[in-house]
Design a protein around this ligand. Sequence first.
Ligand SMILES: [Zn+2]
Length: 227
Amino acid sequence: MKVLHHLLNSLLPYDCPCCENNVMEPFATLCQECTNYFEKHLYLQNINLAHSLNKPLIDKREFYFHHLFYIGYYNFREKSVFQKAKFHNDVVMQNFLISFLKQNGQGYFQNINYLIPAPSSKDLIYFITQKLAKHYKIPVINIFKKNKKQQSKTLDQFSRYREIQNNIMLKNNKKISMNCNEKFLIIDDLWTTGATMNHLCKLLVNYGISHSQINCLVLFIRPKIQE
Ligand SMILES: [Zn+2]
C-alpha cells in the first residue's frame, strides 16, 4: 500500500520524505537537495581494525572483529531516513537503504559466506539482511537471541554492557552448526558505543571462530564517537 501511495504521490507535487521541506520532482525518491547530500555523504566505508584499533572511533576496548563497514554518520538526513525505515516501516526509505547497499557492496559481499542479523525488536535489520542475501546469494543464519526488552537508553555505559552480556546469546547450541573457516558478516542498524556488536562478535569467537573471519556492517555510526 505504501508503494502505491508513493506512486500516486509521485504524480503530484509533495514534500520530500526525508527532509520534509522541499517539493519533489515527479517520480523522484528524494528532493534534489537530499539527493545531492546523500551522493556526497553516503558511501560504503571500511574501518580495518588491524590499522585503527587506537583511533578515536574505536576506543581502546578489545574488539572481536576484523572489519567494520558503515555507510554514513547518523546526522539529520540520515537520521530521518533511518527512523522512517526502522520505526515507521516506510518502504520507500527501506528500499533507499537497500538499493544503496546493493549498488555499493559488490566488491565486499563476494567474500562473505554467511550473513547474520543482529537481534532486534524491529524488522528493519531482518528485512535488509534478507534482501542482501537474495541479491548477493549468501545464506542467512539467524543465531542470536535476545532475552528481554532492553532498557539500555537509561543505563550508564557499564550497566548497559552488563545488560547486553546477560541478555543476548547464541540460540540453542545444538542446533547451530557453523564452519569456523567461513567468513561471517554481522549486520546491525546503528553503532552507538559498539557494545552490542562487540558482544555478538565475542559470542562467535567463543564458539570457535577466529576474529579475522568476523566482519560487521552497520548502517550508521553516531557522530559523537567520530570526534
Ligand atoms: Zn529532501
